[in-house]
Design a protein around this ligand. Structure first.
Ligand SMILES: *Cc1c(COP(=O)(O)O)cnc(C)c1O
Length: 224
């Protein structure tokens, strides 16, 4: 099935509250344009340099979401235009995003990434760490970032009970932070969870942003 059809099929089946981030990492700009021409505007990349190269080649009304592990020294490549950083996993990174947002005269929306999978390799915070960030004076002093929700990646497994339990846990972390820090703030509303193999479960568990790559653009050559 062509990219445009696969994308439209997923988009058409989404509940109103859920948005799709079309994950275009490793794919050429021609493929992104095929998706763009269906009217889709939200694209995700996981490498700052790759986003930096593609962004000027593509229409300027694309909303670029950064979904991968972000190194502090790479923030400058995406700060002028990035719409949402899904992968904040330390105060240090948050401070760096704030610094570059300030330089660009912007406020950059961010999600805190939670570690919900059993694999050691996946980045992210636990609830205690997130609470200590929100409770710190330093966090409150960062005026050029805005936290609009949280993100997580489930364990890479065929056992969908495990995946579902991890998504349920992420939703409960969201609910706790919402209650404690963002009760009156409608901007804190995003739960970024769900990829090609598990997004339907993620939606059932409360996802508002799914990040889907291979089901739209086809398999990638290298595991990234
Ligand atoms: C690659 C990637 C995705 C999309 O993965 P697919 O399985 O191709 O849908 C989603 N989230 C992150 C963080 C990724 O790196």
């Amino acid at each position: 099935m062509p990219i445009a059809n696969k994308l439209k099929k997923i988009n058409n089946a989404l509940p109103e509250k859920v948005k799709l981030v079309a994950v275009s990492k490793t794919k050429p700009v021609e493929d992104i344009l095929k998706a763009y021409e269906t009217g889709h505007r939200i694209f995700g990349e996981n490498k700052a340099q790759e986003m930096f190269v593609k962004q000027p080649l593509l229409p300027q009304d694309i909303e670029w979401h950064f979904i991968g592990h972000l190194q502090s020294n790479k923030v400058k490549y995406i700060a002028p235009y990035v719409k949402l950083v899904h992968s904040i996993d330390s105060v240090k990174l948050l401070a760096e995003v704030n610094k570059h947002a300030y330089k660009n005269n912007r406020i950059i929306d961010c999600l805190l990434q939670f570690h919900i999978a059993t694999e050691e390799s996946k980045f992210g915070l636990n609830l205690k760490e997130a609470l200590s960030i929100f409770n710190s004076d330093f966090f409150i002093s960062l005026k050029n970032i805005r936290i609009v929700g949280i993100m997580g990646m489930a364990t890479f497994t065929d056992d969908m009970d495990v995946v579902r339990a991890e998504f349920t846990h992420l939703k409960s972390c969201f609910d706790e932070l919402k209650e404690e820090f963002y009760k009156e703030d409608d901007n804190f509303k995003e739960i970024s969870m769900g990829m090609s193999q598990d997004y339907e479960i993620a939606i059932e568990e409360g996802s508002t942003l799914i990040r889907v790559g291979s089901s739209i653009f086809g398999a990638r050559n290298v595991a990234k």
